[in-house]
Design a protein around this ligand. Sequence first.
Ligand code: KG4
Ligand code: ZN
Length: 344
Amino acid sequence: MSEPLVLGIETSCDETAVGVVRGRKLLANVIASSVEEHARFGGVVPEVASRAHLEAMQPTIMRALQESKIELSDLDAIAVTAGPGLVGALLVGVSSANALALALDKPLYGVNHLASHVAVDLLTHTQEFRPSIALLVSGGHSSILKVSDLASEIESLGQTLDDAAGEAFDKIARVLGLGFPGGPIIDSEAKGGDREAINFPRGLSLPKDMAEHAFDFSFSGLKTAVSRYLTANSNYKRADVAASFQEAVVDVLLIKSIKACVDTGIDSLIIAGGVAANSRLRELAATRCKAAGIELRTPPPALCTDNGAMVAALGSLALSKGLAPSSLGIAAASDTPPTQPLWA
Ligand code: KG4
Ligand code: ZN
């Protein structure tokens, strides 16, 4: 087969997203987000998200086909996020993908949302994939993964014991009165602040914690420290708090990711997931990786947050490796570890 043409559907949270790839080439990446409907609640409301997916699904598929200048009948496979995520939201994408695969008589690949965040690397780095450490940081997950093969061999080295990194950004943005989602807002607020103004704690980074939790994260102590600081300093400078908080998160993410590279002898680091769009994380990662002789691979910011292209990329990889498609009628699963990239 020439390079496979794959359509990917992503509906695990509040983005109805459809991407089209040919092999490792991105042809279309269309996103309809319901984020504004959730903003006043300060977080994603599952039922609101599911309804928005139902309305947006078909028009988003049509736009992706138009953008990539292809017909449904040209496709070689359909890929869809089957988990983890909000079950009602996932179900909309999974049902649509099942229907398309059945009607077109094409193979269906149910893919893991977390693995596909990492697999988006395929679309931006054209050289052969090589074993990498992946720092996966999103609104629901924070893990350090050893990725030997994107479609079949992902090992978890550590993960957060409490909040995800993105969740910490969202919660701190809320206490600072900055709106939702908090990551991008803190990122821009921090640009006007002093990141050394306040020395917030770096969770699980003391020698005694590193012995047991070298690759695990904890953001609860940091959250408490920020809240205490705000209570004790009523005339605090918001930009300084944002910058110092962001620095604490980014610092600890990178300390542990680089240690994972050094300890495993793997000199390639992929940073993926919504938080990978963070400008300070990208900047500091570039400096530290260069100093440590590690190749840094970060997708462009638009491919870090949830999208359909990453789903199509993992589906396309599975098809080109000749892996068996998923069975038709696969179920959505809310909680699936990143170590299971594809559905049976
Ligand atoms: O991967 P993603 O789009 O959705 C999930 O799978 O969760 O990640 C969303 C998370 C949110 O918590 C959001 O605040 C965070 O990514 N995020 C950022 C930035 N852009 C998005 N966090 C820090 N800096 C950013 N620039
Ligand atoms: Zn995500």
